[in-house]
Design a protein around this ligand. Structure first.
Ligand code: SF4
Ligand code: FES
Length: 337
């Protein structure tokens, strides 16, 4: 079979060749680094995701080799496929950065800034986005929407006040569990995630809703308020699980496993979804085969106090040698006495 010709495109001036049908977002992810647009609703493994949050807007300054006209509006990079010869601007476009600021401001209209007490703090996509593009104060004068926290499953709590309606959890329920019992009720500014019946979600794999939620709207009740994530130590581990791959991340505090999650990639997406038994019921070290400490990006707050990949600075090594030398000297002196 003849090899399919690749499309040559450029993003922020960086050339890349991708398969036809690739989205601008995935082409950018192939390049990596700062030019990758942020994504609050797109999730590679969830079919139909994307197109909701608009954080991934980019500018197409050249449509294609055949039709070089620019696209008239900014486009959602997670939903727009590339054309041969396309030129895209993300962080090099002041227009995109301005629009992203506006999107973040909209997302924060109802979202409370309760990071100091939110379990997601330290690993929240919206928190990161706000640091980068948010305003210092709100221009919104009206009362924010607030909701009571509800248990939508015996192990999952929904704090709807923090939800940004990305639909990822609905897609997890649709595509991974045997029966979806929650969804988005209402339309427009009264839309909300709900189940109608509390504690209705108990099907296997439903715990993955917690991992895909980009904010702290869905939290693991077995971990809530146990610790700040940057005080915990993530370790990769696996077990022979009959339901899922059993490849997980254990979050330790001392000897205690505080929570179990799926392993996420550099774009914050779970590589393999895990079952509820692995997530909620296996909290003993003896349940797992430990692979080793998770490699945490040093830009992440979770990396604080984790030095496992660093070699000791030379000055410490010198001091250790010196101490060793002193010890030998002392022993000799003792023998001579
Ligand atoms: S609860 Fe979380 S995952 Fe579900 S729609 Fe809201 S923000 Fe998205
Ligand atoms: S990530 Fe593209 S619209 Fe949300």
């Amino acid at each position: 079979m003849a090899e399919e010709t690749k499309f040559k495109i450029s993003i922020d001036g960086i050339p890349v060749e991708v398969e036809p049908g690739t989205t601008i977002m995935n082409a950018a992810r192939q390049i990596g680094g700062d030019i990758v647009p942020p994504a609050m609703c797109y999730y590679t493994s969830l079919e139909g995701s994307g197109g909701k949050c608009r954080t991934c807007l980019v500018k197409v300054s050249k449509g294609s080799e055949k039709d070089p006209r620019p696209m008239p509006k900014l486009v959602a990079s997670c939903r727009t496929t590339v054309m041969d010869g396309m030129e895209v601007q993300n962080i090099t476009s002041p227009e995109v950065l301005e629009a992203r600021k506006g999107v973040v401001e909209f997302l924060l209209i109802n979202h409370p800034l309760d990071c100091p007490i939110c379990d997601q703090a330290g690993e929240c996509d919206l928190q990161n986005l706000s640091y980068e593009h948010g305003l210092e104060e709100t221009r919104y004068e009206y009362k924010r929407r607030t909701f009571d926290k509800i248990d939508i499953g015996d192990k999952i709590q929904l704090h709807m006040t923090r939800c940004i309606l990305c639909y990822r959890c609905v897609m997890v329920a649709d595509q991974l569990t045997d029966k979806r019992v929650h969804g988005v009720l209402g339309r427009g500014d009264v839309s909300e995630i709900s189940t109608y019946i509390t504690k209705a979600i108990d099907n296997d794999f439903s715990g993955n809703m917690i991992d895909v939620c980009p904010v702290g709207a869905l939290t693991d009740k077995t971990f809530r308020f146990k610790n700040r994530v940057w005080y915990t130590k993530p370790v990769d581990a696996h077990r022979d699980c009959p339901t899922c791959s059993g490849n997980v991340r254990l979050w330790y505090k001392g000897e205690e496993v505080l929570r179990v999650t799926g392993r996420k990639d550099e774009f914050g997406e779970v590589k393999e979804f895990i079952c509820n038994t692995c997530r909620f019921d296996k909290k003993e070290t003896s349940d797992w085969i430990i692979e080793g400490p998770t490699q945490v990006e040093n830009t992440s707050v979770i990396a604080s106090n984790h030095y496992e990949t660093l070699a000791p600075p030379p000055v410490i090594e010198e001091n250790l040698k010196l101490q060793e030398g002193n010890k030998v000297q002392l022993e000799r002196t003792e023998k001579l006495k």
